[in-house]
Design a protein around this ligand. Sequence first.
Ligand SMILES: Cc1cc2nc3c(=O)[nH]c(=O)nc-3n(C[C@H](O)[C@H](O)[C@H](O)COP(=O)(O)OP(=O)(O)OC[C@H]3O[C@@H](n4cnc5c(N)ncnc54)[C@H](O)[C@@H]3O)c2cc1C
Ligand SMILES: *[C@@H]1O[C@H](CO)[C@@H](O)[C@H](O)[C@H]1NC(C)=O
Length: 512
Amino acid sequence: MEKGGGKGGPSSSSPVVVVVGGGIAGLGAAQRLCRQSVFRNLRLLEATDRCGGRICSQPAFGGVIEIGAHWIHGPSENNPVFQLALEYGLLGEKEKSEENQLIEIGGHPGLPSLSLSSSGKNVNLKLVEEVSNLFYTLLDQTREFLHMAETPVPSVGEYLKKEIAQLMVDWTEDEATKHLKLAILNTFFNLECCVSGSHSMDLVALGSFGEYCTLPGRDCTFSEGYEGLTNCIMTSLPKDVILFNKPVKTIHWNGSYRQENFPGETFPVLVECEGGEKFPAHHVIVTVPLGVLKEQMNTLFSPPLPRRKTEVIRRMGFGTNNKIFLEFEEPFWEPDCQQIQVVWEDTSPLEDVRAELQDIWFKKLIGFLVLPPLESTYVLCAFIAGLESEFMETLSDEEVLSSLTQVLRRITGNPQLSRPRSVIRSRWHSAPYTRGSYSYVAVGSSGEDIDMLAQPLPADFLIPQLQILFAGEATHRTYYSTTHGALLSGWREADRLISHWDSEAQQPKPKP
Ligand SMILES: Cc1cc2nc3c(=O)[nH]c(=O)nc-3n(C[C@H](O)[C@H](O)[C@H](O)COP(=O)(O)OP(=O)(O)OC[C@H]3O[C@@H](n4cnc5c(N)ncnc54)[C@H](O)[C@@H]3O)c2cc1C
Ligand SMILES: *[C@@H]1O[C@H](CO)[C@@H](O)[C@H](O)[C@H]1NC(C)=O
């Protein structure tokens, strides 16, 4: 076999592989490669001091909270995250049950237990249900446009608004109820922004929206924290594989590099870290988030990525969804309450708001998830997406806490409602190694762009070189934005390398 300049050094039959990023994609790829004896020269470089990336559980309030991923979406047979969680014994009886696995929710979150309006009234839940049915019927209709060359409007948001404007003509309720219905719809639009990780549904491409796939099963959580899963994968790896605090600065590729640890060998890739440390490799699997690629693609690769790749990275969507956890001494909600919706009465998806973010950012909040009660403390988790969410990241804890206290006093109609004891929030847009929350298919982009992003480099050799491979949530065409999409993408790239080396073992490869 000819590798490493044809000298046949000690590692010539064992490729050197570097995985960049220790989220579930990188960990999954590393775990899969480690099971093959040929990949004994494996390193995973993680920028931070922990693994998990956007799977990030934190001890808080005497329990554990999820700063990043919350649910296994579609926990059933074909969900690899569910399967792995089962294997590691991380799920409870209810989550494991056949019954839970069979429930079809089609990716739609359940109805709120309580809906509160900005004037401090309870919104009629029958009305909320009616509006919810309308919203999700329209959202499901977007599938009709899958693979259509031309869509009537470019975005999901514009399509929904056009349909709503038409349907409204036949609404027979009084004016106040019509306004309220629009305000409720506005909350569902904002909720969909959280789901899509997008500032506005006007940015989400209509033609590809239906390509995203859901799996059966009622979404479930990890009682001890999602990070238990990535920790299990991490500890399954040989001890010296993962290196922490190794932010990769530049991936030099398409070259011929030598290194003292591998005398007589040459490598096509050299991975250079911020601290100056260098790791030669035959193959690099890049799993950094799309937000990091967007920000750093010009310096992260040398030579720069080909034009078609950089254009795809620019076109693809990557937005922000954050969580704000509030801790209370006493709940103001009933014990069986699971979700509290917030409806801003003066809003409508058909009207654009022109105001300073500072004055209106909190109106993008969709409401609160009631977390399972902990010992002597009660926790709500608010969700907020988009530019308002990014603005929230720039505020102090105190500012967020007092804004949310005002919101809560307003929606409960109780000006004396006590201030939450404390606040903890995510700041995914400011996180230097994430730069946002997750990807979506933006207007001007398509599922083909996702596949393009996933293509290894260089692409211009007859025999694939597989110098740089791409994995991560944003590279999965049908499960992007999820943990299972990320895991599957890591496995996909590991398998690509495994079959590359299988076929190479069978037939000696000529030098390129
Ligand atoms: C608020 C929030 C809620 C979510 N909720 C859910 C949910 O309920 N269910 C679900 O399925 N998914 C959810 N997701 C999405 C899910 O978390 C991600 O899709 C998934 O975890 C991404 O995994 P990944 O390995 O692709 O990327 P990441 O987990 O981001 O891993 C990338 C790793 O690369 C590292 N890195 C970055 N730059 C460098 C560099 N230069 N050098 C070295 N290392 C680098 C990072 O530190 C990180 O560890 C949520 C995400 C967020 C932010
Ligand atoms: C890779 O190297 C070859 C040969 O040195 C060169 O012809 C080619 O242009 C390089 N490709 C890139 C993307 O730099």
